[in-house]
Design a protein around this ligand. Structure first.
Ligand code: C2E
Ligand code: CA
Ligand code: CA
Ligand code: CA
Length: 279
């Protein structure tokens, strides 16, 4: 019966009314998702390339919809951004991730850095830095264990609110990294100005390696430039041993991808970290 419903929805999706209807339904659902505990986080390992030791994780949101099952972020984050719901959802993500990072810090011998994705829309909220500060205070997490992933678009957005927020975040002592690097446009002077710690090479450049010589050239160029600016490089979407070997050869600092670990629930990560609380 469920499949039938899906097919029907597809059949009528050309109708504008239906599109608007499902959009509104999704929005109503998303509003309730937060209070109904339907949102949850998975964590994907980020490893140090030379040793392949886990040094951090990235928090990735999921929505367990009561009827439609698990909805990936690509299908609801854009709506959350459009409606402004990303502000409360983003705060929940930050709080949940920082709380987990603090638990891992207590349970594990070595500290694990937590990376959290932030939308451009969140930077336009003049309270973002205050929210980050409050979350760090409430959870007790050391600011240096929190990394905020933003896109080139956010960094280059000259909105006053964004500029002020970036300055305030620097003052708090959290780290910034640029996500999907190479897919947008960013000026080198901005990377310096905002004290960006890391560039994350977009997975579209990594997926063709080692065969694709142009993507190999882009990857090497990004690594050289980043190191010249005293930034580190994280390769995204590493799926094969060959890719990892090549990245190691290029001097890439960190890597993330299915080869090293898929996004996983907190218990699975605790086990990978061999934490005290994971037995
Ligand atoms: P992203 O930040 O670029 O995250 C990386 C995406 O690549 C994740 O998809 C991850 O599951 C996937 N991935 C990881 N390793 C591999 C690999 O080896 N191969 C391939 N093909 N894919 C890999 P996911 O979890 O579906 O997230 C998609 C996007 O949704 C994220 O892209 C990010 O832009 C956004 N997102 C996720 N969680 C949040 C959040 O809490 N807040 C905000 N604002 N955006 C989020
Ligand atoms: Ca990211
Ligand atoms: Ca990315
Ligand atoms: Ca992406």
């Amino acid at each position: 019966a469920k499949n039938c419903g899906k097919n029907n929805a597809k059949l009528y999706s050309s109708s504008l009314t239906m599109q608007i209807m499902s959009h509104i339904k999704l929005e109503v659902g998303l509003r309730k998702a937060l209070q109904n505990n339907e949102l949850y986080l998975l964590y994907q390992p980020q490893v140090d390339v030379p040793t392949t030791r886990i040094v951090g994780v990235e928090a990735l949101i999921r929505w367990r919809h009561p009827e439609h099952g698990i909805i990936p972020p690509t299908e609801f984050i854009p709506l959350a951004e459009e409606t402004g719901l990303i502000v409360p959802i983003g705060e929940w993500v930050l709080r949940t991730a920082c709380h987990q990072a603090c638990a891992w810090k207590r349970e594990c011998e070595r500290p694990i850095r937590m990376a959290v994705n932030l939308s451009a829309r969140q930077f336009k909220d003049e309270n973002l830095a205050q929210i980050v500060l409050a979350v760090l205070h409430d959870t007790g997490l050391d600011p240096s264990l929190l990394e905020l992933e933003l896109t080139e678009g956010t960094l280059m957005d000259n909105a006053l609110a964004t500029l002020a927020t970036l300055e305030q975040l620097r003052g708090i002592g959290v780290f910034l990294s640029i996500d999907d690097f190479g897919t947008g446009y960013s000026s080198m002077s901005y990377l310096k100005r905002f004290d960006v710690r890391a560039l994350k090479i977009d997975k579209s450049f990594i997926s063709g390696l080692p065969q694709d010589s142009e993507n190999a050239a882009i990857t090497r160029a990004i690594i050289a430039m980043a190191h010249g600016l005293k930034m580190i490089v994280v390769a995204e979407g590493v799926e094969t041993r060959e890719q990892l070997d090549l990245l190691k050869h290029y001097g890439c600092d960190m890597a993330q991808g299915y080869l090293l670990g898929r996004p996983a629930p907190q218990d699975a990560i605790s086990q990978m970290l061999a934490c005290a609380g994971s037995s």
